[in-house]
Design a protein around this ligand. Sequence first.
Ligand SMILES: NC(=O)c1ccc[n+]([C@@H]2O[C@H](COP(=O)([O-])OP(=O)(O)OC[C@H]3O[C@@H](n4cnc5c(N)ncnc54)[C@H](OP(=O)(O)O)[C@@H]3O)[C@@H](O)[C@H]2O)c1
Length: 258
Amino acid sequence: MKMSEARKVCVVTGSSSGIGAATARLYAKNGWNVVVNYSREAAPAEAVASDCRALGADVLVVKADVALDADCRRLAAEVEATLGRADVLVNNAGTTKFVAAKDLDGLDAAEFHRVYGVNVIGAFQMARALMPMLQRQPGAAIVNVSSIASMMGFGSSLAYMASKGALNALTIGMARAFGPAVRVNAIAPGLVETPWLQKGLGAERYAGAVQFYKERSALDAVMTPEDVADAAWWLGAGAAKTTGEVLLLDAGLRLTRG
Ligand SMILES: NC(=O)c1ccc[n+]([C@@H]2O[C@H](COP(=O)([O-])OP(=O)(O)OC[C@H]3O[C@@H](n4cnc5c(N)ncnc54)[C@H](OP(=O)(O)O)[C@@H]3O)[C@@H](O)[C@H]2O)c1
């Protein structure tokens, strides 16, 4: 047995920032080893990795674009070789193009394909690459990070909304196919305070979006990355009887405060 094999392992895609980083830190805090993944910038991933190591975890950092199947398979092989097991996969890596839904010419087929490639096919490919390891672990689970955009008809682009709807369907299909060995659930957050929207909208529009969101949500709040990480922890490590669920995490936006 490899040194680290006694501890459970959580693989979090897109964990150099935002929700993925908070999720990796929470699993590490709870005594798990973690895999930190990113596709572009190494330094933020290394910073998250050192936070997790400071919490006692063994950490594997892997640069891999989840849209590329060869990258997903290489990531899985590195997990097997270094940490020896995978208990939970959090498919969190995502991408979008910020373009108004009414602007039909603002979105071309290549951009639409790229959003699908990361948000839907990426999640499928990661699940496929890790499935043999997941199926060896009792209580294994996959958690897909979807979005309220899949249900409400708003979000950064039509491609993004459609991709997250497809991810919900993938979640339900995989939950049926891979039970009882592997539970598969999704989280659909509303506005989460991460660099994603801050970069995508710019400071002024971002502040307006936060205000708009708070005014309409029953809890007068937006989500933090840690709020989503809490749900990813429960669905991954607990929730023994929950599968095929898409959990709306929206501070009550759907209830539309009167
Ligand atoms: N923020 C929100 O309001 C919100 C709401 C609902 C759902 N979500 C979902 O939450 C997830 C995380 O978003 P976030 O807000 O935490 O964003 P973020 O802070 O921008 O982080 C995105 C992470 O994904 C990585 N990434 C991007 N493309 C990747 C790829 N092809 N392969 C591997 N890693 C990739 C990024 O690293 P690199 O750039 O180095 O690749 C980064 O670590 C996404 O799926 C998003 O759709 C976010």
